[in-house]
Design a protein around this ligand. Structure first.
Ligand SMILES: [Zn+2]
Length: 177
């Protein structure tokens, strides 16, 4: 492991930036918590805490693990150390491409979920309108039965024209909106 040769493994914290979060979030969930690994003599930071082991997802070091002060974001020290050796240029590019693909699909998935939620809301509103119109139709039809014979036929014919027309108009307006 890289920590056995600190002279080649050590980098300044500037090289890795905020790999693992910020602009390049990890494309996969961590299999292990950052402190769940076997401690060795050189995994302790300047303030005597066991270093947290993270995975870099930067362009220069994708998939490469590093150790960092576990309290670095809340007033700890800036101790930093690579845990793995650098990978090959081919695997580096492959991991960056995979990272970008996963994150792009994630963004697209989030967007489509939003679109889907809007569509579902539209369908629910339309169903409510159709239900309300059906109630109106039923009430009018019931009123029509009580009328005299001559008027009944006329009113039914009117309803058969007006109600479908009203439903059609409302759906058209919703679809256009
Ligand atoms: Zn520290």
């Amino acid at each position: 492991m890289a920590s056995s040769s600190p002279s080649t493994g050590a980098h300044s914290s500037r090289d890795v930036g905020h790999a693992g979060y910020s602009s390049n979030p990890s494309p996969v969930p961590y299999r292990e918590q950052p402190l769940v690994y076997e401690a060795t003599g050189d995994c302790w930071c300047a303030c005597k805490h066991k270093g947290a082991r993270w995975i870099s997802w930067s362009n220069n070091n994708p998939g490469r693990r590093y150790l960092k002060c576990q309290r670095s974001r809340v007033g700890g020290c800036d101790w930093f150390k690579w845990f793995d050796e650098p990978t090959t240029p081919f695997l580096r590019q492959l991991l960056v491409d995979l990272r970008n693909t996963v994150n792009k699909l994630r963004r697209e998935n989030t967007r489509l979920r939003g679109v889907n939620a809007d569509l579902e809301q539209g369908i629910e509103e339309r169903n409510n309108q159709i239900h309300a119109l059906r109630n109106v139709l039923r009430n009018m039809a019931e009123g029509g039965v009580q009328n005299k014979k001559g008027h009944t036929g006329q009113r039914t014919r009117m309803l058969l024209i007006i109600v479908p027309l009203a439903i059609f108009l409302i759906i058209s307006i919703k679809l256009a909106g």
